[in-house]
Design a protein around this ligand. Structure first.
Ligand SMILES: [Zn+2]
Length: 392
């Protein structure tokens, strides 16, 4: 294990042996639920945690990684307000440009939603379930419980410095810092169960199709199981994925007496994310975990939306990975993309590069010319024209 990975593990694995177990509501010693507009009194121990979180929030806000698009932010706010209307005006949320599945809600009420989650959710119901689940951790004050139990065994300053010290150690460091921000530590199984119950109840109350809750986990587990670097699945570090969880969610859905037509919300969801999807998929390829990305792309193709773009990225995966047989696979994916109406113009350019690398000059030239014809305003026109010349 290299030191960056060790740091990541250390950060994410701060689970004490006596992990806080949620005390049922109303029983002696139970923490009160967070009420809308809550702020801890200045003298309470919770105030220290808030101060730290406020600093982290400020850092996140100025990190340059926040997606500020008004349409997307408004859309997500609409879902949050539908799920927990009385908390709506107190919640601050940030869409963070990071190619990993994650969401969290800090004890001072700010939420993070990573673009890797938005890319992976298939519809509004899946996103609503995850947001409801994170809200469950917040409203039941799980972070505060964890913080108190860690404080019994660890010097708080050591803990906070570990989070802050993760900055500036490159890509993994940034992820580790974001993860530290995302959740100050892993939740216990009981806390997870409670958050699942709350997330599930909230989605049902908002009329979302609850079958999507278990589906969200199943899709993520399949991707993690195929991954070359499963430890990069940060969400699992703070939210252990168990068969038990999926089974319980399915059981709950089976026990529901569903009336009417529960909402999946696929169309509005896709309209909201479509303008960003290509950039997010590009970000996935930069992770170079091709096995996991392959599973993700296969799933997105199977559920189907703008298949041209998805086949193009499957071709890109083959082209960048460059293993034996990948050139043929890339060309076949690009062909399938070009059979659709939504293939990006770049499909022909990439195809040209693969043909060229495979010594198929004639086909490479034709592909580059097709690209230049399709993209009159191509920013790399001069360069691609030089390729065509070279291939004549
Ligand atoms: Zn959780």
């Amino acid at each position: 294990m290299d030191c960056k990975r060790l740091l990541l593990t250390a950060l994410l694995g701060l689970v004490c042996a006596s992990c806080a177990t949620p005390t049922p509501r109303g029983s002696p010693g139970a923490l009160e639920d967070v009420q809308p507009g809550h702020r801890p009194t200045a003298t309470s121990d919770e105030a220290g945690l808030w101060m730290y979180m406020e600093r982290m929030e400020q850092r996140l806000r100025t990190s340059g990684r926040i997606v500020t698009d008004a349409g997307l932010n408004e859309y997500v706010r609409g879902i949050l307000c539908k799920l927990f209307p009385s908390y709506c005006k107190d919640i601050r949320f940030y869409i963070v440009e990071t190619p990993h599945f994650n969401a969290s809600m800090a004890p001072n009420g700010f939420m993070q939603i990573w673009t890797g989650l938005l890319l992976r959710a298939e519809n509004e119901a899946q996103l609503a379930y995850i947001l409801g689940h994170e809200f469950g951790h917040y409203v039941r004050r799980h972070s505060v419980q964890q913080w108190r139990s860690v404080r019994k065994t660890t010097d708080a300053l050591t803990f906070f410095n570990l989070g802050a010290g993760a900055a500036g150690v490159g890509y993994v460091g940034n992820i580790a810092q974001l993860a530290a921000l995302a959740s100050i530590m892993a939740f216990s199984r009981d806390q997870e169960r409670e958050a699942d119950t709350i997330g599930f109840e909230l989605m049902v109350r908002a009329d979302y199709d609850s079958t999507e809750a278990a589906r969200t986990w199943e899709a993520l587990i399949a991707e993690r199981d195929a991954a070359d670097a499963p430890e990069q699945f940060i969400f699992f570090s703070t939210h252990p994925a168990t068969e038990d969880r999926v089974k319980t969610l399915k059981q709950r859905t089976a026990n529901l007496k569903v009336t009417g037509n529960p909402i999946k919300g696929r169309e509005p969801y896709l309209s909201a994310i479509r303008p960003f999807r290509a950039a997010w998929l590009r970000g996935e390829l930069y992770k170079h975990d091709f096995s996991a990305t392959q599973v993700l792309l296969d799933r997105l193709i199977a559920v189907g939306d703008n298949p041209g773009e998805l086949y193009f990225f499957r071709g890109e995966l083959n082209r960048i990975r460059g293993e034996e047989g990948d050139a043929e696979r890339a060309i076949s994916n690009y062909h399938r993309a070009l059979e659709t109406l939504d293939a990006p113009a770049e499909t022909s350019r990439s195809m040209g590069l693969v043909f060229w690398r495979s010594g198929r000059a004639e086909e490479a030239r034709a592909a580059f010319q097709r690209y230049l014809g399709a993209r009159v305003d191509a920013p790399d026109r001069e360069m691609v024209e030089s390729y065509v010349k070279e291939l004549e």
